[in-house]
Write a protein that binds this ligand. Structure first.
Ligand code: AMP
Ligand code: ZN
Length: 112
């Protein structure tokens, strides 16, 4: 599923440029446009869904797939010494893009 008004669907479709670091048939990883750490990547599923709270069995498989790929992608992009994964769920967490994504933050010692 895609949403024609969704910025990350547009990035997946190549309609908005991004600095891609990894892509396969299920997921895309690119650099955050406003990095909050020396390395700040966003891992997005190619399939559009808005929120972690919309998780179901099929989407959980997709999330599992992404989590299995992330350690290698993080290590290849300067996070070999450690990194933090963040998923913002909803407005109180500051979610601004409603297409599920995992922040990968690292490349330095992170403040809590
Ligand atoms: P969240 O607050 O969890 O929804 O995170 C959304 C993230 O997407 C923010 O860190 C933004 O800086 C980032 N972002 C928004 N638009 C773009 C874009 N066109 N390219 C790369 N990152 C983006
Ligand atoms: Zn989307």
């Amino acid at each position: 599923m895609t949403d024609k008004n969704c910025v990350f669907c547009k990035i997946v479709a190549g309609e908005i440029p991004s600095q891609k670091v990894y892509e396969d048939d299920k997921m895309l990883v690119f650099r955050d446009i406003e990095p909050k750490a020396k390395v700040h990547l966003l891992a997005v599923a190619k399939d559009h869904f808005k929120l972690l709270s919309e998780m179901d069995g099929e989407r959980a498989e997709l999330l599992k797939y992404m989590l299995c790929k992330i350690p290698e992608i993080a290590a290849e992009n300067g996070c070999g010494n450690g990194y933090r994964l963040v998923i913002n769920q909803g407005e109180d967490a500051g979610q601004t893009v409603f297409h599920l994504h995992i922040h990968i933050l690292g490349g330095e010692i992170l403040p809590w």
